[in-house]
Design a protein around this ligand. Structure first.
Ligand code: NAD
Length: 443
């Protein structure tokens, strides 16, 4: 099929590559000329495992095209995806300017019946707005072209996006149009061959399904962080508790890891957007408000550990930091807890020696390239001359390091672990001071 994707970001590029890989002809449109030029030269703007070969292969095969020219991209498209950002606005709501701008562009250029599919995460009712904007533009041209707007929220996880997109747990289609659903069933037929993954519903329910899913996941994290904080106070070990409750199949082991708070481009903004939507409709979303405030408090846990150990004047203290992305296997640093921790320590006068396998440069730039922040290309090098080690992201390579080397490299061996990677008893045996999240015995 002929598909167009607006927005070459984490969602748009992955979706485009996966659809092209199945044989569709996919045109990707972005407003950033440099991104389009880079892709044409084989440079992938984001880090996502498995994405680069898939993009290059399909570009070479002319199934994947990149352009800034919306007119040619919309012309003849059977399906047009909107996959642009919906960042958090100042009042917490989702900023729809990019989505509505794409809708306007589509309306200005549509030449044939097309299904406009909204993949961006948008508040309930946005489908109606997109429809109205496209219709308005078609009317201005004096044309009478038919189209449908379908909600098809994306559930991929950064770091596993190709797998998630290729074998989705479910495909949510929000539409009442039999014609549009027919087109979408055709497009997604390869994903439904093994078993049926598509769930059809009305557009508003589809839009809310995405927020409900992300808010449920964020709730699990904040709940576990609350349990961790209680565990810390009463002298229990949250990791024991996690194992204990996860064994109940009604609870399960997934997504119940305590830590230094959730970040990323989705949970913070989506929780806030749903809070705003609820309040706008006269409902106080008490659980969501608590999820958000627990997370905000959790993000300062790491710096608090450091103050407990060194006091709040950190002039002359050197901290090695391992990991800065909001989670492993991605280069995404949006709303990363590491940024909160590092900016606090830098402000208190500490020197930071940072190692992240992917995002050293981006983290440094985000923190304003201060003189007391150094980046290293090797995790052990970051320890040299450092007093303590702080872990912000659970990259695989940090899970079983050479503890003796850590001990020898640090001036006074201490680890501030925001991801509970190590066993407190082992740390005690090794003579390493170990601060973790909700592990009463270790602190
Ligand atoms: P992103 O910021 O990585 O990419 C967005 C892209 O859209 C950018 O390249 C930008 O230049 C482009 N863009 C902006 N305006 C445009 C326009 N008028 N025409 C063409 N391109 C335009 O965003 P993302 O992380 O891919 O997220 C996109 C949407 O998907 C968001 O609503 C997000 O909430 C949702 N989502 C994201 C994820 C994720 O893990 N990143 C997962 C599920 C859903």
């Amino acid at each position: 099929m002929r598909v167009t994707v607006f927005g070459i970001g984490y969602v748009g590029l992955v979706q485009a590559a996966v659809l092209a890989d199945l044989g569709n002809t996919v045109t990707c449109v972005d407003i950033e000329q440099s991104k389009v030029d880079a892709l044409k030269e084989g440079h992938i703007p984001i880090f996502e495992p498995g994405l680069e070969p898939m993009v290059k292969n399909n570009y070479r095969g002319k199934r994947l095209l990149f352009t800034t020219d919306a007119k040619t991209a919309v012309d003849n498209a059977e399906v047009i995806f909107i996959a642009v950002g919906t960042p958090m606005d100042q009042d917490g709501s989702a900023d729809l300017q990019y989505v509505l701008k794409v809708a306007e562009t589509i309306g200005q250029n549509l030449t044939n019946y097309s299904v406009v599919v909204n993949k961006s995460t948008v508040p309930v009712g946005t489908g109606d707005k997109v429809e109205a904007v496209i219709k308005e533009q078609i009317d201005i041209r004096g044309s009478d072209i038919d189209f449908d707007v379908v909600s098809n929220p994306e559930f991929l996880k950064e770091g596993a996006a190709i797998a998630d997109c290729s074998k989705p747990d479910r495909i949510i289609l929000g539409s009442n149009s039999a014609k549009a659903l027919g087109v979408m069933h055709n497009l997604y037929a390869p994903f439904n061959r093994n078993h049926k993954r598509t769930i059809v519903m009305d557009r508003r329910s589809a839009e809310l399904t995405k927020y409900a899913a992300n808010c449920m996941l964020a709730t699990k994290i904040s709940f576990m962080n609350e349990m961790a904080n209680i565990a810390e106070q009463v002298g229990a070990d949250i990791e024991m508790v996690r194992n204990g409750i996860g064994s109940d199949p009604r609870i399960g082991y997934h997504f119940i890891y305590p830590g230094c708070g959730y970040g990323g481009s989705c949970f913070p903004k989506d929780v806030n957007a749903l809070i705003k939507t609820s309040l706008d409709h006269g409902h106080t979303p008490q659980i969501l408000q608590s999820v958000e405030s627990v997370n905000a408090a959790q993000k300062i846990k790491l710096e608090e550990m450091v103050y407990r150990h060194y006091g709040t004047n950190l002039a002359g203290t050197v901290i090695a930091v391992w990991g800065g992305t909001f989670k492993p296997n991605t280069d995404d640093i949006r709303e990363a807890p590491s940024l909160v921790a590092m900016s606090a320590l830098l402000e208190k006068g500490a020197t930071i020696r940072l190692f992240d396998p992917i995002a050293n440069e981006a983290l440094c730039a985000k923190l304003g390239n201060p003189d007391n922040l150094f980046t290293l290309d090797d995790p052990m090098e970051a320890l040299t001359g450092s007093d303590g080690l702080m872990i912000c992201t659970e990259w695989k390579m940090f899970k079983a390091p050479d503890f003796n080397q850590i001990k020898q490299s640090l001036n006074h061996p201490v680890i501030f672990d925001g991801r509970n990677l190590y066993d407190p008893e082992t740390m005690t045996e090794l003579g390493i001071d170990y601060y973790a999240i909700g592990r009463g015995k270790s602190v």
